[in-house]
Design a binder for this molecule. Structure first.
Ligand code: KG4
Ligand code: ZN
Length: 349
């Protein structure tokens, strides 16, 4: 890799338009334009609105990025973009923008997997001086609005899927339970805040997935439990009941994640660390529980790199290019975006 190799990361998989520049492992600028306000009144992300909003802001954000970093277009050496999984219309905006830029600048394009990229949000936040020998092999858990995936990793670009949610993702469950409780979208941050004033023992909730032999996750049962619990409560809930339900729900949701990580650490005793990533990794109660229960060190992303951002995409692109060089690049630009319901493209990152 030549000195001062400049990489741009592009992220449009859901409701954040994000662009970032990375050079020699350092993020120069990372910009995120969130659409949360545009979707909040619907209680969830509307794919068509998401795609249109990405289209409205992406070129402006690109101009701002270059200006803030003080670089020229012609300085860019590589473009890396989230290929999937995500909302296909939203992904297409970022992918078409990336292809156009690559063709115009005559630089290569490297499409990456969004879920894997999240893990680089945690790696970006490692203390200075920590080396890969201190981290790998490791387990990584991506807990976001779309995924609850546990990976075994031998290096920063080696991902073996150990288990995943069989139904709802953990963050999705926070959002759906938040909606049932009459809280604004997204449910995660507001449930965390409300739970701080609550007592988690007042509404005991059943432990999920205790009889399965695999390390898979499930969140639809917990969501249904809260639904039936609310049928027996007087609405609107008073402040105390609301806080107690949030606290019990949140602890139960995290109990499953902590239990699985403990089991996985036993199954893979060689792991040196556990990387936590994705929007739910921002939750301080979750961080506290993990630090309390895990024997190996848990690494969390800075708060700005938990939710969707392009710094993680650029960092993952840089790691792939460093390890694989020219072999990782798509010369024909003919790749397709893919949703979470598609199989991962063969040989893709
Ligand atoms: O990683 P992300 O921005 O988007 C996806 O790739 O899905 O994650 C968004 C998810 C939402 O479900 C949101 O409710 C959840 O992360 N989230 C949280 C917190 N902050 C965001 N969940 C629990 N506690 C939080 N503090
Ligand atoms: Zn994400």
């Amino acid at each position: 890799m030549k000195e001062n190799f400049l990489i741009i990361g592009i992220e449009t998989s859901c409701d954040e338009t994000a662009l970032a520049l990375i050079q020699n492992g350092k993020i120069l600028v990372s910009l995120v334009s969130s659409q949360v306000k545009d979707h909040a009144r619907f209680g969830g992300v509307i794919p068509e609105i998401a795609a249109r909003k990405h289209l409205e802001v992406i070129s402006h954000l690109y101009n701002d990025l270059l200006l803030q970093a003080g670089v020229k277009e012609s300085d860019i050496d590589l473009i890396t973009v989230t290929q999937g999984p995500g909302l296909v219309g939203a992904l297409l905006v970022g992918n078409v923008f990336a292809k156009g830029l690559a063709a115009n600048l005559g630089v290569p394009l490297l499409p990456v997997n969004h879920v894997h990229a999240h893990v680089h949000g945690a790696l970006l936040s490692l203390e200075d001086g920590k080396k890969s020998e201190d981290i790998f092999p490791c387990l990584s858990l991506v807990v976001s609005g779309g995924h609850t995936n546990l990976f075994y990793m031998k290096s920063s670009i080696h991902f073996e899927l150990v288990s995943q949610s069989l139904d709802d993702a953990c963050g999705e469950c926070f959002d759906k339970v938040g909606k049932m409780l009459g809280l604004p979208y997204p449910g995660g941050p507001i449930i965390e805040k409300t739970a701080r004033k609550g007592d988690p023992t007042k509404f005991p909730m059943p432990k999920m997935m205790t009889k399965t032999k695999t390390l898979d996750f499930s969140y639809s049962g917990l969501k249904t439990h809260v639904y039936y619990l609310l049928q027996g409560e007087k609405t609107p809930l008073n402040e105390e009941t609301l806080a107690n339900i949030c606290a019990a729900f949140q602890d139960n949701a995290f109990e499953q994640l902590v239990r699985r990580l403990k089991q996985a650490c036993k199954l893979f005793p060689e792991v040196k660390s556990v990387l936590i990533a994705g929007g739910v990794a921002a939750n301080l109660r979750f961080r506290e529980l993990l630090s309390e229960h895990l024997k190996v060190p848990a690494v969390f992303p800075d708060l700005r790199y938990c939710s969707d951002n392009a710094a993680m995409v650029a960092a993952y692109g840089e790691a792939i290019y460093k390890a694989r060089g020219e072999a990782s690049l798509k010369q024909d630009l003919g790749f397709e975006s893919y949703s979470r319901y598609h199989e991962l493209p063969k040989g893709g990152f």
